[in-house]
Design a protein around this ligand. Structure first.
Ligand code: AMP
Ligand code: MG
Length: 522
């Protein structure tokens, strides 16, 4: 039975119950003349809400930072963090507002507004988010859901004639975000840095509690209750390392650059969080930097897994006052180092439609290898590395290459005598590609071809949120026309489907896409 009115919402507000060291209660400042610009029915469905939820009394007001819903406890949380590799001290929700967690069919979910006005943590900022970045966050959250990549979600996008000054005058908006929690590594770093061990303990218990079932399954336990607090915390850190090894390989697999992987933008639930200067790569370039202000390339595409690992150590450091021994913390976090290659292997073997362990030259020979390693498909991995290098050298479009390859394998499965022509057409120079295709065709012969094609078509998306697609939607939204946002949400929610009639959305980007500059100041 769906929830039919805001009165039926059950508020839990577990974060608010942690105590006032964690936040400052705020009111938010209402966006004037708010309008629903876009909503995600999929997110509403996820929450168990009826379809007409935008018409519930008080909803538009609540989601434009006006009068909060009854039962909400609006607040801005305090966190600290490392930004671009250096300690930045106290930060906090400078433009976000926690409303509370509500009960849903899938567990508790926090509702949060972004762009809801200044808070005690705004520093010199105005507490607002511009329409441009809000549309991008709204679209990308739901695009990630479509790709099956862990992420915070977006429920609503509310626009307003209110303008703020960035590099130019821009209109503002508020995104309602949804996730079980928006706790970041920075929340832990905050309490560690001020030496507040009691609250650090409370935060650890709360965050571990939110993920207890998954952590215990990962550790192979029936319950976390039998563990000592230290053991639980170490289990949590290992679990985080595991989840980030999965998340990073998923990002890399779809060519996603986050752009600003500061520790205050790292979710303690290993969700993709804080969509700012992100980009799905067009032409493949492992050194790609999507954030215009990242002059050193700290967050370049290929560095993301390393940065995640570095950030995990910041989280581990924050646990030192609780665990008091560095060795077991390092050991827990080093799980990332051994797990990331295995996760990456899984991702790329699926992208290539090759089985795990089908062709490894060492397979079965080396008894001392772990079970996971002995199943590895070394030839498949080498093949993935080689095609990435060839793509990188010729700047071939990442998404188009993988999707075209999937279609070619499908054609090969159906007996097409020249299945690779569309792939070859994407490259100017064929001296490395031809032998690669030859070896790949040979590797495919050991597979169930139809199954390989199906795996590939479900792994390699046809549609991604390219910068220029977002940009067109933003320009139209700024004129009050949300139809392009709706179209993109529709495509990106099922990015592996064909969507006949929308082929142009899967095309190469136009020339002007290269001139789009995305920075943090949004
Ligand atoms: P970000 O790089 O977007 O994750 O932001 C880093 C910090 O700056 C966070 O504490 C944000 O809340 C804060 N911040 C970013 N933009 C604004 C803004 N317009 N007004 C107030 N605080 C902001
Ligand atoms: Mg942030």
């Amino acid at each position: 039975m769906p929830i039919l009115s805001p009165q039926q919402l059950t508020w839990i507000n577990g974060f608010a119950a942690l105590g006032d060291s964690f936040y400052t209660r705020i009111q938010g400042s209402a966006l004037p003349q708010p309008k629903w610009l876009a909503t995600s029915q999929a997110t509403a469905h996820h929450l168990g809400w009826s379809e007409d939820w935008t018409e519930w009394p008080g909803m538009l007001e609540a989601m434009s930072a006006g009068k909060p819903l009854e039962g909400a406890t609006p607040l801005a949380s305090v966190y600290s963090g490392h930004q671009f590799g250096t300690w930045a001290g106290q930060l906090g929700d400078g433009r976000a507002m926690y409303l509370g967690e509500i009960k849903t069919p899938r567990g508790s979910e926090e509702l949060q507004l972004k762009g809801s006005g200044p808070t005690p943590y705004s520093r010199r900022g105005d507490g607002r988010a511009v329409l441009r970045s809000s549309v991008r966050e709204f679209l990308c959250s739901e695009a990630m859901v479509g790709l099956g990549i862990p992420t915070t979600r977006a429920l609503a996008l509310v626009s307003s004639p209110l303008t703020v000054w960035r590099e130019t005058q821009e209109s503002t908006a508020i995104v309602t975000r949804v996730a079980p929690s928006f706790i970041r590594f920075g929340h832990f770093e905050h309490f560690a840095s001020i030496g507040d061990v009691a609250n650090l303990q409370i935060l650890a218990d709360y965050t571990i509690g939110l993920q207890a079932l998954e952590i215990q399954a990962f550790l192979g336990l029936d319950s976390l209750q039998d563990l000592s607090p230290k053991e639980r915390q170490l289990g949590f850190l290992k679990w985080m390392a595991h989840r980030y090894s999965e998340l990073m390989s998923q990002w890399q697999g779809v060519g996603f650059c986050h752009g600003v992987m500061n520790t205050d933008n790292m979710s303690a639930l290993a969700l993709t969080i804080d969509y700012g200067p992100f980009q799905f790569m067009d032409a493949f370039d492992p050194n790609h930097i999507c954030n215009h202000t990242d002059t050193q390339g700290r967050y370049a595409f290929k560095r993301q897994p390393q940065v995640a690992y570095w950030n995990l150590f910041c989280l581990g450091q924050a646990f030192m006052p609780l665990i008091n021994e560095s060795e077991p913390i390092v050991e827990a976090l080093e799980h990332f180092k051994s797990q990331f290659p295995l996760e990456t292997e899984k991702v790329y073997l699926s992208k290539l439609g090759l089985k795990h362990g089908s062709k490894g030259p060492d397979q079965g020979k080396n008894e001392s290898k772990s079970a996971a390693q002995s199943q590895s498909n070394d030839a498949g991995i080498a093949m993935a590395e080689e095609i990435l290098q060839i793509m990188g050298a010729q700047r071939v479009d990442h998404t188009i290459l993988w999707r075209t390859l999937s279609e070619s394998v499908n054609a090969f499965a159906q007996g097409n005598p020249n299945p690779w022509v569309p792939v070859k057409d994407l490259f100017i120079e064929h001296s490395r590609l031809d032998p690669w295709l030859h070896a790949y065709e040979k590797a495919l012969k050991g597979e169930n071809l139809a199954q390989s094609a199906q795996t590939m078509l479900k792994t390699n998306p046809k549609f991604i949120l390219r910068n220029h697609l977002g940009e067109i939607a933003i320009r139209q939204a700024a004129q009050g026309d949300p139809s392009e946002i709706e179209r993109l949400i529709n495509l990106l929610s099922s990015p592996f489907d064909e969507h006949p009639g929308f082929e142009s959305y899967a095309d190469h980007p136009p020339e002007w896409a290269q001139s789009i500059e995305i920075s943090c100041s949004s």
